[in-house]
Design a protein around this ligand. Structure first.
Ligand SMILES: [Zn+2]
Length: 420
């Protein structure tokens, strides 16, 4: 039996909370012989849930493995991650989804929910066996990294989502408007830096189409990593019509603006690109007012070789799991725009609901799984990429002074991370 008493913490709402853990669950009274954990000055929050993680395994283990990625998750306060399908092979069958889930169980750092591909091989031509994967427990489908450009195929996918109680998560990018070379925000920096521009309209036109297809089919749509003011407006409009749509923002699009591209450091190359201050303000406002439902890290490890060479040729993507809460604190909590209960909503409850993860995003009360994170709300530190648990080092927060909140993470009553 493993048992803990966690004493002295406060809940998200500010009230004192004492937690008793036994055999993976929160229980209503102290357990004889339980280890006492002093948590004075800390917040006890439900374990965080990342709706958007790239674990890279199978196929790209030189960038990340399920074990290393979920270790990053635990250090970041996460007890569950949704693993994107753009591995090699692509997660486009029941067997491949079960393989990813099995790798997660073996690593045993966090719950791993495999995301199924919408189309076979992410090729955008033929639907993968969505109904069959759904019958075997896959709850989210995404071609992330690529956008489903074919409107008729997207309609079919959303129709299947409606029938199976699943959700279609779209990487919203018109691949003709923002082609393969697009790598810098067209509205703020691309021209001045001489880089191929990524126009804002390439995102919000796809979202406009997709919310209408969601309305047409009754299917649930999740808009991944939205980055522009126009996208926020379209989602707000769709919600006002009652469309079943949710939206996501990344920690890096909340904190980092496109001026980071001035030195052409490929660490800051990401897709969609870092945007200008007006877009960032719209994203923060959208997250605060609930138009944007969740924070998703888009944790995208790349080995050093993939980030070498000229900016337009480097792979897009940056690490995110370990500093996600820090970014949300810095931009939303420490600015007074959100309280801790809002953080719990956008980083735990809502992502769990979107992905139908029944054991995650639950309140900290007796009878619930002991999935939690202990947070120091005032501690700060300078980020050092060499202290990361990731295999990769493409950390855009390296050298920045930021909150350093995560003291400990517990998943199913077991510590998956403790500081020091
Ligand atoms: Zn994406």
């Amino acid at each position: 039996m493993t048992a803990y008493t966690i004493r002295g913490a406060r809940a998200a709402g500010g009230a004192p909370i004492e937690l008793f853990v036994r055999d993976g669950l929160l229980v209503d009274e102290p357990v004889l012989g339980a280890e006492l954990v002093e948590a004075d000055g800390l917040l006890a929050l439900p374990g965080l849930v990342d709706p958007h993680t790239h674990l890279r395994e199978p196929g790209f283990e030189s960038s990340e493995t399920v074990a290393s990625g979920t270790a990053c998750a635990a250090r970041g306060g996460f007890t569950a991650v949704f693993a994107m399908a753009n591995t090699d092979p692509v997660t486009d069958s029941v067997a491949r989804a079960e393989h990813v889930a099995e790798l997660g169980r073996r690593a045993n750092h966090a719950e791993v929910f495999p995301v199924g591909a919408i189309t076979v091989g992410l090729a955008g031509e033929q639907l993968s066996p969505i109904a069959e994967m759904a019958a075997h427990g896959v709850r989210v489908f995404s071609d992330d990294g690529k956008c489903v450009m074919d409107s008729a195929l997207m309609r079919q996918a959303l129709h299947l989502a409606a029938q199976t109680g699943t959700v279609i998560a779209q990487h919203s990018q018109d691949h003709r408007l923002a082609g393969p070379d697009a790598c810098a925000d067209e509205r703020s920096v691309a021209g001045a830096l001489g880089l191929p521009g990524w126009p804002w309209a390439a995102e919000s036109t796809i979202i406009s189409r997709d919310v209408q297809l969601a309305e047409l089919t009754g299917g649930r749509l999740h808009c991944q990593h939205i980055t522009t003011a126009e996208s926020v407006e379209v989602v707000r409009w769709a919600k006002s019509r009652g469309v079943q749509v949710t939206a996501e923002v990344t920690p890096h699009h909340l904190l980092l603006d496109s001026s980071h591209l001035v030195g052409l450091d490929t660490t800051f190359k990401v897709n969609p690109p870092l945007r200008g201050p007006d877009d960032i303000e719209a994203l923060r406002a959208g997250l605060a007012d609930g138009t944007i439902d969740v924070v998703g890290t888009d944790h995208a490890p790349h080995e050093a070789a993939a980030k070498q060479g000229a900016f337009p040729h480097a792979k897009p993507g940056m690490l995110g799991l370990e500093q996600a809460l820090a970014s949300v604190m810095e931009t939303m909590v420490n600015t007074g725009r959100m309280g801790w209960a809002d953080v719990v909503r956008v980083m735990s409850t809502a992502p769990a609901q979107i992905g139908r993860a029944a054991s995650q995003g639950r309140p900290l009360r007796p009878g619930e799984p002991a999935n939690l994170v202990l947070v120091d709300p005032v501690r700060r530190g300078v980020v050092d990429r060499d202290l990361s648990l990731s295999v990769s080092r493409n950390n855009p927060y390296h050298g920045k002074e930021l909150p350093d909140p995560v003291e400990a993470t517990m998943w199913r009553g077991r510590w998956t991370y403790r500081r020091g």
